[in-house]
Design a protein around this ligand. Structure first.
Ligand SMILES: CC(C)(COP(=O)(O)OP(=O)(O)OC[C@H]1O[C@@H](n2cnc3c(N)ncnc32)[C@H](O)[C@@H]1OP(=O)(O)O)[C@@H](O)C(=O)NCCC(=O)NCCS
Length: 200
């Protein structure tokens, strides 16, 4: 498997791969100043071998991950899941999604492509997460929650059951979401309040 993006996020993807005995073939970054990632050589060319193997797009920023995915001509890997994560057999995770250590995804939850389910986050039953969503470490998403494309749920945030969160929303660290959130909103605090909207 290849990794596209030699960042700190890429290091965590290496840990996921190693936990499930996946061998990393190549690591690519377009920044020529980045030459090593965890002592592994970083390539700056998308050669045929790279494009022919499965790749994880290891870019933490949701909008940049979407742009790179849309222009990438290689094969995106199936979801990869850290050995210590607990995923219900009835959950469905689409390709390119990464699940980090100690995360938990419960029954009948559907997670789109290229999502990040970060360390020790929990996503309960019957949730629907669209593509390019990032659930940060220790965030807790209760059952029957809908999260639209590109939304970032900050570290340690909590979302109560049945909430609908729009697309490209930013939920601040530690926020408690008790009401639906419209597209592009930035929400912070307990209870969560909208402080601004991001430019579409
Ligand atoms: C919500 C967030 C994106 C806002 O960032 P920002 O747009 O740069 O906002 P600012 O830092 O200018 O703060 C704006 C106001 O919101 C408040 N605020 C910002 N983040 C907050 C938070 N998480 N909880 C409570 N209040 C917060 C600030 O105190 C400030 O209030 P003031 O206007 O009364 O002084 C950011 O603070 C945040 O929480 N990011 C989460 C990052 C994260 O979890 N990353 C995980 C990576 S794995």
């Amino acid at each position: 498997m290849n990794i596209y993006g030699a960042s700190g996020h890429g290091k965590v993807i290496i840990d996921i791969a190693e936990s499930i005995d996946i061998i990393i073939d190549q690591i690519f970054d377009d920044n020529r100043n980045v030459v090593l990632l965890n002592e592994r050589v970083v390539t700056h060319e998308l050669n045929k071998n790279f494009l022919d193997s499965d790749t994880i797009i290891a870019i933490g920023n949701n909008i940049i991950r979407k742009r790179v995915t849309n222009s990438f001509t290689g094969n995106v890997s199936d979801a990869i899941i850290h050995k210590s994560a607990i995923i219900s057999p009835n959950a469905n995770l689409k390709n390119g999604t990464v699940v980090m250590s100690n995360a938990c995804v419960n029954s009948s939850t559907v997670i789109g492509k290229q999502c990040i389910i970060n360390t020790a986050s929990t996503i309960d039953h019957d949730c629907e997460l669209a593509d390019y969503v990032h659930i940060s470490p220790n965030a807790a998403i209760a059952g029957n929650v809908i999260i639209e494309e590109g939304t970032h749920v900050g570290i340690g945030a909590v979302v109560i059951p049945g909430i609908k969160i729009g697309k490209w929303v930013t939920i601040g660290a530690g926020a408690v979401i008790i009401r639906d959130v419209p597209d592009y909103a930035v929400v912070v605090g307990n209870p969560g309040k909208i402080i601004k909207y991001l430019n579409k």
